[in-house]
Design a protein around this ligand. Structure first.
Ligand SMILES: Cc1cc2nc3c(=O)[nH]c(=O)nc-3n(C[C@H](O)[C@H](O)[C@H](O)COP(=O)(O)OP(=O)(O)OC[C@H]3O[C@@H](n4cnc5c(N)ncnc54)[C@H](O)[C@@H]3O)c2cc1C
Ligand code: SF4
Length: 511
């Protein structure tokens, strides 16, 4: 978890007597918990002091979901323990902020050469540079920042599919003689089934809590549960469980949402990848091995591999390529304040939105379709301020980091970047939600109606959104069909009136 910026930075720490034993200080941020990567790859217990700073600014700087804080802090403390068990000296320091924690370390041990892996946010990168920390490559990804910048610099449009095919070839994954195994690069078209009827969802793994977990939970006033593993051993079990129980059907139901099961066949692996407990290569190897031994079909294995070597690497690359100011883009001039439903799932009558926000309240996680087509869609069509929505997403998801939230929310979710990442907005009305989820059955609104008291708010606001941005979208050839549809609406005046009512109702928490 990158520390929030704003701390006074100072590198002028007068060293006391230099440490007789250590020759280097290796700083391990809470999202680099990997023994085989970054500065730890060639670490030596004889000469290296490992430093981890649990900063108060990081813990209390924002209204984080306690599930997320619990996962981050307990994983970091377990990781420190595992290094100690290996013979390392680990100074796990609690401090007001990272610079203060490091100042205290330098005071005790002298200003030894201090190294860390490239931090995963602009803020922390700047902070570490100012503190004079030497940075080594962040190899928790399969694509270096320099490689991605080279790729992106040569593109007219940043098409993920082109990047992904290049990754398959470059990394030699599911390819034979320069061609995709089984003849096709992509099985996305097969992977859009709605939720199945009478499906038996596999059981999920539960993680027993140890004393360290319980101590962290107590300190955070968090009710301990069995949801997220906080050790590498636990994360490996989740990977194994996914390959055994979910990989086969991962592809077909990737986009489905049902209130019968909260994770469907998704892997639940993002938190472990994002803090370093697992490396993306391990996920890919496990999925490809299942394919090679005939235990999983190409439609699912390719879909999973695409998420990991395609989307994840692309999003990280784009975060660094697009620059720090990208997080503040607001291309659609969306300035509505965050709706009350984001702080209380009861503040809506929309079954889909209420259900998804309630899931986030419970577990700090929902899969990519609720994130995109329910939460972001709501922010998009209501014209909610992108920065306020981004902050909410970042504070409330167990797997959130700046590098992954910023492009996903600003570019993919709310189209605030003028179409730099995605050529058209992911706006949808109730018909999409009705097809891909089973929420509408239990909702007082009708997904087919766009006007009247029972009209589905998503359906009304979808058309109203197109209407409000008609001029901008008319220039986008990929929006041509939607604009034609808008032009055919005979009830646009009534729809505009209903949209005003819906927006007011949402602001009052009554719709
Ligand atoms: C608006 C929005 C916000 C998102 N915020 C985050 C976030 O904060 N952290 C995060 O890790 N993912 C984020 N994602 C991507 C995706 O929703 C999650 O990675 C996924 O739901 C995590 O669950 P899983 O591990 O079961 O994923 P699976 O469906 O099992 O997919 C496997 C892996 O693919 C990777 N992946 C897939 N899509 C993406 C993507 N668009 N960006 C990055 N990685 C991807 C993840 O590492 C994931 O673990 C976001 C997507 C959207 C649309
Ligand atoms: S009818 Fe509309 S608001 Fe209700 S669940 Fe369906 S999409 Fe959501």
């Amino acid at each position: 978890m990158a520390e929030e910026s704003g701390a006074e930075l100072s590198t002028a720490h007068e060293p006391s007597a230099p440490s007789a034993r250590f020759r280097r200080i290796l700083v391990v941020p809470f999202d680099h918990l990997n023994r085989d990567a970054g500065v730890l790859r060639d670490a030596d217990p004889e000469i290296d002091l490992i430093v981890m700073v649990e900063s108060q600014r990081m813990l209390a700087g924002r209204p984080w979901h306690t599930e997320r804080l619990f996962f981050m802090v307990s994983s970091a403390r377990h990781f420190a323990e595992s290094l100690r068990a290996e013979g390392f000296t680990v100074d796990y320091r609690q401090a007001a902020n990272t610079p203060d924690g490091l100042a205290a370390i330098w005071q005790e041990h002298g200003r030894l050469p201090t190294l860390s892996a490239e931090p995963s946010s602009f803020e922390q990168h700047r902070q570490f540079r100012q503190l004079g920390i030497e940075l080594v490559e962040n190899d928790l990804f399969l694509t270096s920042r320099a490689f991605f910048a080279h790729w992106a610099g040569g593109q007219k449009a940043f098409v993920m599919e082109n990047f992904y095919r290049g990754q398959r070839l470059r990394l030699g994954i599911l390819v034979e003689n320069g061609k995709p195994v089984t003849g096709r690069w992509n099985f996305d078209a097969e992977n859009r089934l709605p939720p199945p009827k009478n499906h038996v969802w596999p059981p999920r793994l539960e993680h027993e809590r140890d004393d360290l977990d319980l101590e962290v939970a107590r300190q955070l006033n968090h009710a301990p549960n069995a949801l997220w593993a906080t050790t590498r051993a636990g994360a490996l079990k989740v990977l194994d469980h996914f390959v055994q129980h979910n990989l086969v059907q991962f592809g077909p139901y990737e986009d489905a949402v049902t209130d019968e099961d909260w994770s469907l066949h998704h892997s639940l692996l993002s938190p472990y990848l994002n803090v370093g407990l697992l490396h993306p290569r391990e996920l890919v190897d496990a999925a490809v091995a299942a394919f090679n031994r005939g235990a999983a079909p190409i439609e699912s294995v390719e879909a999973f591999v695409r998420q990991v070597i395609g989307w994840r690497e692309y999003i990280n690359g784009m975060y660094w390529f697009l620059g720090e100011d990208y997080a503040n883009r607001n291309g659609l001039a969306a300035n509505r304040k965050l709706l009350p439903v984001f702080s209380d799932s009861n503040k809506t009558k929309m079954a889909c939105v209420g259900g998804v926000v309630a899931d986030v309240e419970k577990r700090a996680w929902v899969h990519h379709i609720p994130r995109l087509m329910i939460l972001s869609n709501l922010a998009l069509v209501t014209g909610t301020n992108p920065r306020e929505f981004l902050d909410w997403m970042r504070e409330n998801f167990v797997d959130a980091s700046q590098w992954v939230m910023v492009p996903n929310v600003i570019g993919m979710g709310v189209h605030a970047d003028g179409g730099q990442l995605m050529t058209k907005p992911y706006a949808a009305g109730g018909a999409y939600v009705n097809r891909m989820t089973n929420f509408c059955k239990g909702c007082g609104y009708d997904p087919k109606l766009r006007v009247g008291e029972n009209a589905c708010p998503f359906t009304t606001l979808y058309w109203d959104f197109l209407d409000r941005h008609r001029d901008a979208f008319a220039k986008n050839h990929r929006m041509g069909q939607q604009i034609m549809g808008l032009n055919r609406l005979s009830d646009l005046p009534e729809l505009r009136e209903r949209a005003v009512e819906v927006l007011e109702g949402l602001e009052l928490g009554q719709i």
